[in-house]
Design a binder for this molecule. Structure first.
Ligand code: GDP
Length: 396
């Protein structure tokens, strides 16, 4: 799939920067990306999105200093300057793309407010689907972030064709602050979504035996709402390494490869024999393990199973069995799937659970937002009655 990314706000810009970095490194040219922000310094901090593709908006209103956590201003500035954003998108070329993906942290100001506005306009203008990848804040970031995210998401699900969610709180470690975890979390985001969004592209290794093309991803997402993604990897062991393993036992090593970053190679071992059972096992681990948004997978309407790895490790029967297993476990009956050959020492499984009906974290977010709204209204009421009587103001 050819994706046009728009990184909106700080988190969105950083994540799209990483997608572009990976695309350049692999030489795959599947991704195009721009960054939009009200804060000049955030745009300057990016490394891989070209300077001309970094768009500063709201200069007359906030003078390049950002909108803070005021997402209403974020939305307003975006609406005011939508023409310049759309013309920037247009001039980068859209004729060969399959989808737009807007990436943003939903708890802040610029991306939170701007994303739904941009989704609405892109949908009006282009025929290609418009997806969002929204980062939701951890409760410890404070009520305002949750309130912002709830309002943004409530709007976004009506504007975008589907919204992928990544939950910061599900991914930060115990005792770790969200801020110090950003880089690691962003790696986790890119690792999963880069595989998914690259499905169907012809890489150096050719096409898969059971290709997942962009229309299959688009059809899986057509129910709208929110979507969560699972992921698991398994090391491929060559005969030689197997022999070494036999001698040395379960040694660990760090490997840098297609799936990004350094990984501890202590994952389940994928042997040549019994391949289809291993694939089913890998897909099960992807779906039952930590999802980008923890949710009740049995409420997903549709799913897509994607295996990426060396062609020798792919197995048609395994993919079919894994699809059936997923189908037995979700609400709907539509499960698509296939493989994608890459040069890697791992096989990766990505399971996209589309249009999820129940996710406790989203409910929690909406509940916090409802309470926060009441508190905001109450405090406004207090303020308005406090100065009502007794003292004459200087002027009316
Ligand atoms: P904006 O620049 O006004 O759009 O605001 P941010 O992008 O900073 O969005 C704030 C939200 O995004 C908060 O919930 C932050 O925790 C989260 N956030 C900010 N930067 C990152 C990042 O690099 N990675 C992740 N995962 N979340 C981030």
């Amino acid at each position: 799939m050819r994706v046009f990314f728009i990184g909106f706000g700080q988190a969105g810009g950083k994540i799209v920067d990483m997608f572009i970095e990976q695309d350049k490194k692999l030489g795959t040219h599947s991704f195009r990306g721009i960054a939009v922000n009200t804060a000049r310094t955030d745009l300057m901090g990016l490394k891989h999105i070209e300077l001309k593709d970094r768009i500063l908006i709201g200069q007359t209103m906030v003078k390049g200093h950002g909108v803070g956590t005021d997402n209403v201003t974020g939305a307003r500035v975006t609406a005011d300057e939508i023409d310049s954003i759309i013309s920037a998108v247009d001039s980068r070329g859209t004729h060969d793309i399959d989808a737009f993906v807007i990436v943003a942290g939903l708890g802040g100001g610029t991306g939170s407010g701007g994303s739904p506005v941009l989704a609405r306009h892109l949908k009006r203008i282009y025929r290609e689907p418009v997806y969002a990848l929204g980062i939701i804040p951890a409760p410890e970031e404070g009520r305002l972030y949750s309130y912002n995210a709830a309002r943004s998401l409530t709007t976004l699900v009506n504007e975008a064709d589907n919204t992928f969610i990544f939950d910061n709180s599900a991914w930060k470690n115990e005792g770790e602050s969200v801020k110090s975890a950003f880089e690691r979390l962003n790696n986790e985001v890119v690792r999963r979504f880069a595989i998914l969004f690259r499905a169907g592209e012809v890489g150096r290794m050719g096409v898969g035996e059971m290709v997942v093309d962009s229309s299959e991803i688009i059809n899986t997402l057509r129910g709208g709402g929110i979507t969560s993604v699972g992921y698991a990897i398994s090391e491929v062991i060559s005969t030689r390494t197997k022999q070494q393993r036999g001698l040395l036992g379960g040694i660990q090593k760090n490997i840098k490869d297609t799936f990004g970053g350094k990984k501890e190679a202590n994952e389940e071992v994928l042997m040549g024999e019994d391949r289809s059972a291993k694939i089913v096992g890998l897909v099960r681990r992807a779906m039952l393990g930590r999802l980008t948004l923890p949710c009740d997978y049995s409420t997903a309407e549709r799913a897509l199973v994607l295996l990426a790895g060396p062609p020798d490790e792919m197995d048609r029967k395994g993919v079919e069995k894994a699809k059936s297993w997923v189908e037995e476990n979700i609400a709907g009956v539509e499960v698509r799937g296939g493989d994608y050959p890459v040069n890697s020492e791992y096989v990766a499984a990505v399971v996209m659970l589309a249009t999820v009906g129940n996710a406790p974290r989203i409910k929690e977010l909406l509940d916090i937002a409802k309470e926060t709204k009441e508190e905001v209204i109450k405090s406004k009421e207090k303020k308005s009655t406090m100065f009502e009587e007794g003292i004459e103001p200087l002027f009316e």
